[in-house]
Write a protein that binds this ligand. Structure first.
Ligand code: 4AD
Ligand code: MG
Length: 479
């Protein structure tokens, strides 16, 4: 039986009274044939296990190497050394799994680079950095459910396989069981998907929103939280081919209600992590501070990680229109000095450099941009009176750019049908979506928060592949 063991986190918080305890975990270091630092993932802090010199057989001691797994029984005592308050004086040490030091790729002596750790993602959870990142990821996921549960939202599981392209961007992974070498064809040579598994062409979902809207039309307020897939060939530090998204959808909400919810949601998540993951945040803050020191002074961020999160907790997001955002960019020194790589004019889909200028240089805080041109946004967004813009909102944050995309939805059937026709979206196949506008249509709104982008913001990590366990990106699907 293994369940008598106590986790390291708990032991470190226990008053030592020479009580007998059992601890299990992996060896981080073994010094002087005497001091084992053991970690079981419950906290970044290791537990020191002391083996009495001469009391153990050499053969056993040789097997206590970095990465080996141990079962230790002993007394919990007040630590004699510095750096920890308690330690375990071992009475028995059992090596559960050996770890050949010649072959183990995770030697912690020289701090391994994040790039290298990405190549051994199956082991990187055992480092302090990834321990902290993934405990925070867990907490954040839990906080998301708690936030919506407290507000009475229904968690709706939307399908992973769909036949529609919610965002209309055509960046979809196909799902098929047809043979690649010789698929059935119609008379005109096109592939005959009627013979495919689902009797039609299907793909992995890019968003649960359309199905989410169906739920909101009955439960009033729902949210989804699941993986979404995009076959966009963006090899950047902010894009994944498989990422998780939280998509609340609310009936009886307009754009302002939507912004208010998104803003309080982000604040709630930050507050939760600040309260529940302090130790891990402090570790990551330290890590980031060291990384910042490597950069030229002009590129360093003004605030440390914890200060940045506190700032977001205590300050309202700036709210501006797209038109105002473009004006700010056109007036900016960066524009005048031709620092932007991409063109700036009304109608552009703002690039990351523009978004980051607004939040990092101009406002120095998160910004919600509303009223984007309809031509750069999805078909379902509610058209504004001006005939040019839609009731869209994006939330931009320092260091990342877009973290949330959302809108009030077009609830007026004729206007929606007209827009779909303009964009060549087959209304016939979307009959079920249009039915929501036929049978008791209501003003409604929603947004999508990219979970990994939120993770980047909270952890201060800079590459999105370092905040998801097994990243999927162009030319990369190991593990
Ligand atoms: O702006 P997007 O494309 O919006 C939607 O999908 C809407 N259906 C959401 C809604 O209104 N219910 O994506 C939403 C968010 C982005 O703001 C970004 O944070 C994240 O999803 N995101 C990505 N994250 C990682 N990798 C990618 N390739 C991403 N694409 C979008
Ligand atoms: Mg977007």
């Amino acid at each position: 039986m293994f369940n008598t063991r106590v986790k390291v986190k708990e032991l470190l918080a226990t008053t030592p009274q020479n009580q007998e305890v059992t601890v299990m975990g992996w060896v981080r270091t073994f010094r002087n044939n005497q001091f084992i630092a053991i970690n079981d993932g419950s906290t970044n802090n290791n537990l020191q296990v002391v083996v009495e010199l001469g009391a153990y057989d050499d053969q056993l001691l040789k097997k206590i190497t970095t990465g080996a797994s141990l079962k230790v029984t002993g007394q919990l005592i007040a630590s004699l050394g510095k750096g920890q308050s308690v330690e375990v004086k071992a009475s028995t040490v059992e090596v559960l799994g050996e770890c050949n030091p010649e072959k183990y790729p995770l030697q912690l002596k020289n701090r391994p680079s994040l790039e290298y750790l990405r190549e051994i993602a199956h082991l990187r959870f055992r480092t302090n950095t990834f321990g902290a990142v993934f405990r925070i990821r867990h907490s954040l996921a839990f906080a998301i459910h708690q936030f919506f549960n407290e507000k009475g939202f229904v968690y709706l599981h939307t399908p992973v396989i769909t036949a529609s392209d919610a965002e209309g961007a055509g960046e979809m992974f196909k799902v098929t069981t047809l043979p690649f070498d010789n698929p059935p064809r119609k008379e005109d040579g096109a592939i005959d998907f009627s013979e495919d598994f689902f009797g039609r062409a299907t793909n992995l979902t890019v968003s649960g929103q359309l199905e989410g809207e169906l739920g909101a039309m009955a439960f009033s307020e729902i949210y989804t939280f699941g993986p979404t897939f995009r076959a966009e060939n963006s090899n950047t530090a902010r894009h994944l081919a498989e990422f998780w998204m939280i998509e609340p959808e609310m009936a009886f909400y307009d754009l302002e209600d939507n912004m208010n919810l998104a803003e309080s949601f982000i604040r709630y998540l930050i507050d939760y992590v600040m309260k529940h993951n302090r130790e891990d945040l402090e570790f990551l803050a330290q890590r980031l501070a060291e990384e910042e020191k490597q950069k030229p002074v002009a590129e360093r961020s003004e605030l440390g990680l914890i200060e940045k999160l506190e700032f977001v907790l205590n300050n309202q997001f700036e709210r501006i229109t797209y038109t105002e955002a473009i004006d700010i960019l056109l007036q900016s020194p960066a524009y005048k000095k031709k620092k932007f790589q991409y063109e700036v004019k009304w109608g552009i889909d703002m690039q990351s450099e523009h978004e980051r200028y607004l939040v990092e240089k101009h406002f120095k805080k998160p910004v919600i941009v509303t009223g984007y041109p309809k031509d750069i946004k999805a078909f379902y967004m509610r058209q504004n009176e001006d005939g040019k813009t839609v009731a869209a909102m994006d939330i931009l944050v320092p260091g990342i750019g877009e973290i949330v995309g959302g809108s009030q939805r077009e609830e007026r059937l004729e206007l929606l049908e007209q827009r779909m026709e303009e964009l060549h979206i087959p209304a016939k196949e979307m009959w079920w979506y249009l039915d929501t506008r036929r049978f008791g249509s209501v003003p409604h709104a929603g947004f999508g928060l990219g979970f990994e982008r939120m993770m980047l913001f909270v952890t201060g990590m800079t590459n999105i592949r370092d905040v998801i366990a097994f990243p999927r990106a162009p030319k990369s699907a190991e593990f």
